[in-house]
Structure formats: C-alpha cells, structure tokens
Design a protein around this ligand. Sequence first.
Ligand SMILES: Nc1ncnc2c1ncn2[C@@H]1O[C@H](COP(=O)(O)OP(=O)(O)O)[C@@H](O)[C@H]1O
Ligand SMILES: [Mg+2]
Length: 320
Amino acid sequence: MSHLFSVNEALDNCILRTEVPGVAAPYRGKVREVYQLNDKTLGIVVTDRISAFDYIMKQAIPFKGQILNQLAEFSFRKVDDIIPHHLIDVPHPNVTIGKKCEPIPIEVVMRGYLTGHAFRTYNSGERMLCGVKMPEGMNEHDPFPEPILTPATKATEGHDEDISEKDILKQGIVSEELWSKIREKAFKLFARGSEVAREQGLILVDTKYEFGLFEGELTLIDEVHTTDSSRYFYLDGYEERQAKGQPQKQLSKEFLREWLMEQGFQGKEGQVLPDLPNEFRLQVFNRYAELFQKLTGKKFIPKVEKNIDTKLAEIFHLYV
Ligand SMILES: Nc1ncnc2c1ncn2[C@@H]1O[C@H](COP(=O)(O)OP(=O)(O)O)[C@@H](O)[C@H]1O
Ligand SMILES: [Mg+2]
C-alpha cells in the first residue's frame, strides 16, 4: 500500500455509491454505476462494491474499482484485433467512457476447466451443462478436452439461469446469424485470454463475456478477463496439485465465496449476509492487487480520491 495512504484511510474511503451533480442518475448495477452522458456515450464508474452469490456486500474493498477498471482496460487492449469493444477512454482509474450499446441479454460463459458451477453440477451426477456433455472420469479443476460455451440468461432480477445454445435460438433471444458470430468471437476471446494469462504464469479457468450492438455492430461490452468476470489459477504447481488432489490456488472472488460459505452464507433465502471484517477486506484487496500485478506485470498504484463525485462531474461535463 502506498505510504501516501494509510490502511485505515483506505478502508474508510471506499467508493460505495456515486452521485454526480448535474448528470442524470445512473443505472446502478451490483458493481458499476452507468451514467448516460449522451445518446452514444456512457460514463461507467467502477465502484469498490463487491458481490457474491448475486448479493452486494455491505462493506467495500479498498481500491477494488480502480484495480478492476484498469484490468479491464488492459484486457480490452489485448483483444483489439478480435472484436470491436466499447472502450473509448479511461480518464480516471475508476472510470471508463464507453460506447452505449444495446446489450444482448446473454452471459456468454466460457469454461476451460471443471470448476465452480460446472463442478457442482458434475458432482451432483449430472453430465449435461447448457446442452454440452461433460466427459466421464473428471476431477475438480481438470481441463475439459476443449473449452466449452455454457451461456446463461441475464436476468433483470435474481440469479442468472443456465441456457443451452439451442434454446437461445429456439426462444429467439438472438438470431442464428448473430449467435454464430458471438460463439466464434467467444472462442477466440477465450483463446486469447488464456494465452495472455499463460504468458504471465496464470491459467484462465473460466470467464464471462457480455456483448452488445453499437450502430448494428457486434461489440464487446462491460468488462473482460477481470477478476470479477473470470477465475484464474496459478500455473506454477498446477499439475502437481492436481496429481495430489490438493486445492488450486485461486486468485479470484472464489476467495470471498469460500469465506462466506465458512460463515454459513450461500445466498440462500433466510441466510444472513455477514459483515466483512476489516482484516478480511484488506486480504481481499491484497488478492486483487496481486492479480493485477501478476496479470499486467505492473504494480498497482492506488490513486487517492477524496471526493469522487466532484471529480466525476468534472470528467463527465466534457461529454455531456
Ligand atoms: N457499453 C455498454 N453498453 C450498454 N450497457 C453496458 C455497457 N457496458 C456495460 N453495460 C451494462 O452495465 C451494467 C454494469 O454494471 P454491473 O455492476 O456489472 O451490473 P450487473 O449487476 O447487472 O452485473 C451491466 O448491466 C452491463 O450489462
Ligand atoms: Mg456485472
């Protein structure tokens, strides 16, 4: 942590919510606040909120927004040649200026490994996931023979639901022509993301893409290959840990999910969302900072922002 900013200050100055004077109220997602600056442009503020099991935690993670936003920028630049993306500019570490797209209501999930939701499904004895057959004899965290596409519907409320490609077409959510393009891009993006990760000693385990249309053109939106939208393992020692049946070292929100489960919270009805202790919030920050450094090869340097709303007003007025 920078000597300019003490740990306590960091904990007390998280960005939980923004409100920009003179700009229409944003759409508030779980993590991002999306301001419409004009017909074609969004001002996307990545806050320090963190969510798990579709619940937003009451306490935020210091600098998580800056880390996430800059990871997304880094990763968007790595896929410039594969597909147009929404990123126009990053005028501040918490802010992305993006093309306002018409979102396609599907979470395009790619999986290289039997982990997380895929493993839980497999472990229950089920072998079909979103219309894809998973091979027999796999252990948790084993690679699939080839990456698989396991989409989910993007629910406006509550949990996203698994859906097969066949049903996406049958229900007419996306046209056949557009879907074939999305699927082609998803596989290319996942291959690139895996390559970039591997160069840095990481394994891209799984990830989620969101697409939209900008003036009719298929465009990658939201975030890409970040710790919020992806799981990563350390490459070093992966094989050995698999052979011994040891847990993999995860650099992602799995850390938070596991902690919550230890506290008896899995997002089910009637369960009480636990408070995140300060010490734990700092541990999570360290995980995020570690991944940033590992993936980008650059040290994360926090930018101290005492009054984010004023800063945002300054930035946004250039676009409104
Ligand atoms: N370029 C874009 N055009 C339109 N919508 C976008 C764009 N980029 C991101 N979004 C949407 O903005 C929201 C980002 O906020 P987020 O906190 O991720 O929300 P959520 O709780 O829905 O995951 C998402 O609903 C995402 O689909
Ligand atoms: Mg999101």
